[in-house]
Design a protein around this ligand. Structure first.
Ligand SMILES: *[C@@H]1O[C@H](CO)[C@@H](O)[C@H](O)[C@H]1NC(C)=O
Length: 243
C-alpha cells in the first residue's frame, strides 16, 4: 500500500520536474538555425489552428470563440461597460511573420485578422468625441482586416530546477482597415437619435478607436499573453527553443 502510493508520488513529481514535451503540432526550431524566422513562421502557421482551438493539457484557452468577463472603458468623460462580450472570427487569421532576435530575446508575431466580431451587452454614458452618448443594450463591433503585431521579450523562469520561457514586456500594435459599430437601443430606444450617433461613430471610427480602443488592446494583449504563457510554462525552454 505504502509502496504503491510512494510510486505514484514519484511518478507525479517526475512529471512535474520534467514538464511536458511540446504538443505534436508544434515543431520546435533551433535558435542557431540561420533561417530561424522562416522556421518559426512555418511552425507557427502549422500550429495556429490548433492553438486557436485551445488545448487544455497545455493550458491554452480556446480563442474560437473568445470569452472575457468584462471590458471597461473609463476614458475622460466616457464610461463603457461590456458584460461578457463574445469575440468570434479569430479563426480567420493569416500569420504574416514571426521574428526572433536571439541576442535580445525579443520576439514579434505579426498576424492579419480578416474579420473580428465582438458582440455582447453594453452600458455607455458620457461623451464620445464631444457628443453626448447614453444607453444600454446589445452591441456589435466588427473589425475588418486588423493587422496586429504582438511583441515581447522571452524571459526565463526556473521551476523545480527546470528553465521555462515566459512572456514579459509585451506590447500590441494594431493597424486596422475599418471598424463598424452598432449600439442598439441608445437613448432609451430613441431610434432617430440612436441612428444618428451610430452613423457618426461609423463615419469617425478612427477617432473613436483612438479615444476608446485602449481597453480593447489590453484585452487582446491579455489573450496573447495567456495563450503563450500557458504553453511556455508547461514545456521546458530547451524543448521549445532548441539550442
Ligand atoms: C455584426 O455586424 C456585422 C456588420 O456590421 C454583421 O455582418 C454581423 O452579422 C453582425 N453580427 C451579429 C452577431 O450581430
Amino acid at each position: 500500500m505504502f509502496g504503491v502510493r510512494c510510486f505514484c508520488l514519484l511518478l507525479l513529481s517526475f512529471n512535474l520536474i520534467n514538464g511536458l514535451h511540446p504538443p505534436s503540432y508544434i515543431k520546435p526550431c533551433s535558435l542557431s538555425d540561420p533561417n530561424l524566422n522562416d522556421c518559426a513562421l512555418k511552425s507557427g502557421i502549422e500550429a495556429l489552428p490548433h492553438l486557436l482551438e485551445g488545448d487544455k493539457k497545455y493550458g491554452i484557452q480556446t480563442l474560437n470563440p473568445y470569452y472575457v468577463d468584462l471590458i471597461e472603458v473609463n476614458q475622460g468623460d466616457l464610461k463603457v461597460n461590456l458584460k461578457k462580450p463574445v469575440t468570434t472570427g479569430l479563426e480567420k487569421v493569416t500569420l504574416k511573420a514571426v521574428k526572433i532576435d536571439t541576442e535580445t530575446k525579443k520576439m514579434s508575431i505579426n498576424t492579419l485578422f480578416h474579420n473580428i466580431v465582438v458582440t455582447g451587452n453594453y452600458e455607455i454614458s458620457g461623451k464620445i468625441l464631444i457628443l453626448p452618448i447614453e444607453g444600454q443594450g446589445k452591441l456589435n463591433i466588427t473589425v475588418v482586416n486588423g493587422l496586429f503585431t504582438y511583441e515581447f521579450t522571452i524571459a526565463k523562469e526556473i521551476k523545480n530546477g527546470v528553465e521555462y520561457a515566459k512572456v514579459t514586456n509585451d506590447i500590441l500594435l494594431m493597424d486596422i482597415e475599418r471598424v463598424f459599430f452598432n449600439f442598439e437601443n441608445l437613448f432609451n430606444g430613441d431610434k432617430i437619435l440612436g441612428d444618428q450617433i451610430n452613423k457618426f461613430l461609423n463615419e469617425n471610427w478612427q477617432d473613436v478607436l483612438n479615444e476608446a480602443g485602449g481597453a480593447a488592446i489590453e484585452v487582446l494583449k491579455g489573450a496573447c499573453k495567456n495563450s503563450l504563457n500557458g504553453l511556455f510554462l508547461k514545456v521546458p525552454y530547451n524543448e521549445l527553443f532548441l539550442q
